[in-house]
Design a binder for this molecule. Structure first.
Ligand code: GLN
Length: 492
């Protein structure tokens, strides 16, 4: 049978495999063919091993024939961002620094996917060490937005989002430290979920900022995102911050979401909707979404997040401080690129890091080292941590008045490729996503509209309290069913 990859979801693929209408080899071969056709334009992957994918697909088909398959998703491909370890595959974090590094083990999320028979289908491009919002900070090449090749796909998980939007793979895992799953998902017209901090193990995820990082799914629809969350979440003894799994199946929550949001209160933070802060298209989209939520039975309430004006400053202090510590190990001695052009140990350190890291990473290491240095630690880092507590309390207070919060993802539609040259401009565009990471809560990006004159998608964000994924996914699903652009796919 012919498979329509453009609209195929994980749940549909699972039904087709179960009915025997398709095999995993056919499914993977179709995706490989599509990758070979469009990847030269999109550049969403940095690594892809056709032979090993087909071998895994054959093994899956044999298991299924014998009735010994590892569950209903056995044989379905999923890709990962290039900072999630897959045993014996390269793991370069989009950086020259890790050019020849191969992972000696699987990340816990990868182990869990493999246990269910998912096939790890290559590695996606990203901003170097997950620092950026455009996927242009990769040391390989920039990834293109499949909707409009002159626009960025967002970042830092831009390769993951572009690959899903271009139907090169049905879903991918990204990582979200300050928006890197949600923002590229919105820019590419797919669904991106940032789970509650601790919901998903970070073991085998190369750290950017450990107190903010969280792995999350990027998928064609809310149901698929829920399926993947079910697969990857839960306590892991290899990550002491991971949390126990609740007795809930998120995929079932989504399936039984119904078509009404009656009884649900949706908060709109007054600080988020000040005039001039949002591009016209984003503002109009939020207004339309507010109206739709009302029609679906939800009550809209105004909430306040008074400290959100300090969120950017505290994020860029905390994230860079943690990054400077986490990236200290890449010094050419313990890990990473070793300069061949040095006369002594000091030069070896200096040159290895100078040659290995790109400009944005160096900028952040400098900033992070500065805010942690003696004399400035209390003034900047400690202050930022205090502000972080206030931001978390703001959300706690807001969630006393509402179940979920509605917000934009980005103040503007996807940027034109090659134009976001001022780093500060790039940081400012993170304003609507970073608070969720600072507070450790969950958020989802759902496609909402298309900006007609630019031919790029927009997405709205729903934010939920810690461990509030059930409500979040339910509302996201009802929204998706009623105002979906899922039926539209990029013309590739
Ligand atoms: N754009 C943000 C940054 O550059 C978020 C990155 C992320 O979530 N990894 O830090």
């Amino acid at each position: 049978m012919n498979i329509d990859l453009k609209t195929l979801t994980i749940s549909e693929a699972s039904e087709l495999l179960a009915s025997g209408k398709i095999s995993s080899v056919q499914l993977c071969s179709d995706y490989i063919e599509r990758i070979e056709k469009i990847e030269p334009e999109i550049k969403a992957f940095v690594y892809f091993d056709k032979e090993s994918v087909l071998k895994s697909a054959e093994e899956s088909d044999i298991r299924r024939k014998k009735g010994e398959h590892f569950g209903s998703f056995d044989g379905i491909p999923v890709s990962v961002k290039d900072l999630i370890c897959v045993k014996d595959q390269p793991c370069t974090c989009g950086s020259k620094m890790l050019k020849d590094v191969h992972s000696p083990y699987d990340a816990t999320v990868v182990t869990r996917l493999k246990e269910k028979g998912f096939i790890i289908f290559g590695r996606n491009n990203m901003d170097e060490f997950a620092m950026g919002s455009t996927c242009e900070n990769s040391s390989y090449y920039p990834t293109k937005n499949p909707w409009n090749l002159n626009r960025v796909p967002g970042g830092s998980s831009g390769g993951s989002a572009a690959a899903v939007a271009a139907s090169e793979v049905p879903a991918s895992l990204g990582s979200d430290t300050g928006g890197s799953v949600r923002q590229p998902a919105a820019f590419c017209g797919v669904v991106g979920l940032k789970p509650t901090y601790g919901r998903v193990s970070r073991y085998g995820l190369v750290a950017y900022a450990s107190s903010l990082d969280q792995i999350g799914p990027i998928a064609k629809d809310v149901h698929d995102a829920a399926i993947l969350l079910d697969m990857i979440s839960g306590k892991d003894h290899l990550d002491s911050t991971s949390l126990d799994k609740e007795d809930v199946c998120f995929a079932d929550v989504v399936k039984s979401a119904g078509n009404s949001l009656k009884g649900m209160k949706i908060g709109m933070p007054k600080e988020y909707y000040i005039e001039g802060a949002l591009d016209e298209s984003v503002f109009a989209d939020i207004k339309q979404t507010e109206k739709l939520f009302k029609e679906l039975g939800a009550e809209i309430v105004e909430v306040s997040l008074p400290h959100s004006k300090y969120a950017l400053a505290s994020y860029y202090i905390i994230a860079t401080a943690e990054a400077s510590a986490n990236l200290a190990r890449f010094d050419g001695i313990r890990y990473g690129h070793r300069s061949q052009d040095s006369n002594n140990l000091h030069e070896l350190y200096l040159n290895s890091r100078k040659e290995g890291f790109g400009a944005e990473v160096k900028r952040r290491i400098l900033l992070g080292t500065f805010v942690l240095s003696s004399g400035y630690h209390d003034a900047y880092y400690l202050k930022a941590q205090k502000v972080r507590t206030l931001i978390r309390e703001d959300f706690n207070n807001a969630f006393k008045k509402c179940d979920l919060i509605l917000s934009p993802i980005s103040p503007c539609p996807p940027f034109e490729a090659g134009t976001l040259l001022d780093p500060l401009q790039m940081y400012l565009a993170d304003i609507y996503t970073i608070s969720v990471n600072l507070a450790g809560i969950c958020g989802i990006s759902v496609p909402s509209d298309i900006v007609k004159n630019l031919n790029v998608p927009l997405g709205i964000q729903l934010i939920g309290p810690a461990m509030g994924e059930s409500k979040l996914l339910k509302a996201a699903k009802v929204f998706e069913d009623n105002r979906t652009i899922r039926k539209f796919v990029p013309n590739l």
